[in-house]
Design a protein around this ligand. Structure first.
Ligand code: COS
Length: 379
């Protein structure tokens, strides 16, 4: 749903210009430094991007899913680190509080997340718990008026810069019904961070372990004030997150198409630009078609989300298709560039590594397939 077409057109145009004029020129620096220049983070704060999906009543832009997806398509056009730095505040790091938090939790955390003063992060994955998210081993035991957390969370996006985590921990028996969600400030006693992970790509986005060693939080840190709801909270957060990631993939695929076209027009072989060779054209056509399909799919699923429809299957389908699709588009982009595509001088080199993560995080492609099949069979 788009509430005001002119307003959203102006917003996406502003983001598009910001991406092209400010972020794209900094891509090589982010790649080298494995960090985003602070000035650009400040600019994103001023633009309100840290709170674009946080309700207006809590200081955010309150974008609908369709509006958010339109912005994500623009942000996907540049290195994924730029999107990631604002991604957890709008997505997995804040949505648990937005969807299931108490009024007091929302009033306390959301305005500061929306302004970017506070960075939120989402801690579900563990060393032994990835796809089987209901098997969370981190424990939270109520001790009078505090919960005591013990365990380790792994590959946690933005953990090194996070001020607050949404943590899924076990308060009850085995399985999904024994999981609860907590809001845990990073300065809680007993919380520490592991070394920063050395990743294949997505440089500039930092992940690390989050370790709870008798970490104490007040009892009112329990999201929604109810135990045993944490798995469902996580799943609801991921439904939305998967749609967002799918949009980012479609945005990146567009960038890879554009890089491929520009290269193919300028590179001359056999006496003419390679863009005039039909085998190159076939690759361009396949990439453009798949990008269009991904974009269309994401927008349709977002409209269904805004209409209040059950979109578990559509979010999984969009994530599955778009993350696999951008992998194919990146592969073709490197192929069109030839040897140059393997060189760091060309952006397609890092995008080829960057996009590999999209098929893994917020649920692997295989998990999306299971979710889709389950929804189909249980309908
Ligand atoms: N949206 C809303 N609710 C959901 C849901 C979804 N997508 N998926 C499950 N639920 C609910 C179920 O309806 C069920 O509720 P009831 O007890 O009221 O019936 C409850 O959650 C338990 O669900 P289920 O029994 O299906 O749990 P499973 O252990 O079988 O879930 C999958 C399996 C694969 C779906 C889940 O573990 C998963 O999504 N894994 C991937 C995790 C992931 O994406 N990790 C990435 C890291 S986070 S960045």
């Amino acid at each position: 749903m788009i509430r005001d077409r002119d307003l959203i057109a102006a917003l996406t145009e502003t983001v598009r210009r910001f991406v092209r004029e400010r972020l794209m020129p900094a891509e090589a620096q982010v790649e080298n430094d494995n960090a985003i220049p602070q000035g650009l983070i400040d600019e994103m704060r001023e633009m309100g991007l840290f709170g674009m999906s946080i309700p207006e009543s809590y200081g955010g832009l309150g974008l609908t899913m369709e509006e958010e997806v339109l912005v994500a398509l623009e942000l996907g056009y540049t290195s994924p680190a730029f999107r990631s730095v604002i991604g957890t505040n709008n997505g997995i790091g804040a949505q648990g509080i937005i969807i299931d938090g108490t009024d007091a939790q929302k009033s306390h955390w959301l305005p500061r997340m929306a302004s970017g003063e506070v960075i939120g992060s989402f801690a579900l994955t563990e060393p032994d718990v990835g796809s089987d998210a209901a098997s969370v081993k981190t424990t939270a035991v109520l001790d009078e008026d505090t919960y005591v957390l013990n365990g380790t969370k792994r590959y946690i996006t933005n953990a090194p810069v996070a001020d607050v985590f949404t943590v899924m921990a076990r308060t009850g028996d085995t399985g999904a019904a024994g999981v609860s969600a907590f809001i845990v400030p990073s300065n809680s006693p007993g919380l520490s961070l592991g070394p920063i992970d050395k990743k294949m790509g997505q440089r500039g986005t930092r992940t690390c372990d989050v370790i709870f060693d008798n970490c104490r939080v007040p009892a009112d840190a329990l999201i929604g004030g109810r135990e045993s709801q944490g798995f469902k909270t996580a799943m609801k957060v991921l439904n939305r997150g998967r749609l967002h990631i799918a949009a980012v993939c479609a945005g990146t695929a567009q960038r890879l198409c554009d890089e491929s076209i520009a290269f193919a027009k300028s590179r001359v072989q056999f006496g003419k630009p390679i863009a005039e060779h039909q085998l190159i054209q076939a690759m361009l056509a396949d990439s453009a078609t798949e990008t269009f399909a991904g974009r269309s799919m994401v927008l349709e699923a977002a409209r269904m989300f805004d209409a209040g429809e059950r979109i578990i299957q559509q979010a999984a389908s969009a994530k599955l298709f778009c993350s696999e699709m951008v992998g194919r588009v990146a592969d073709r982009a490197v192929q069109i560039h030839g040897g140059a595509g393997y060189m760091q001088a060309y952006p397609v080199e890092h995008f080829y590594r960057d996009v590999r993560l999209f098929r893994l995080y917020e649920g692997t492609s295989q998990i999306q397939q299971l979710i889709i099949a389950r929804e189909m069979l249980n309908a």
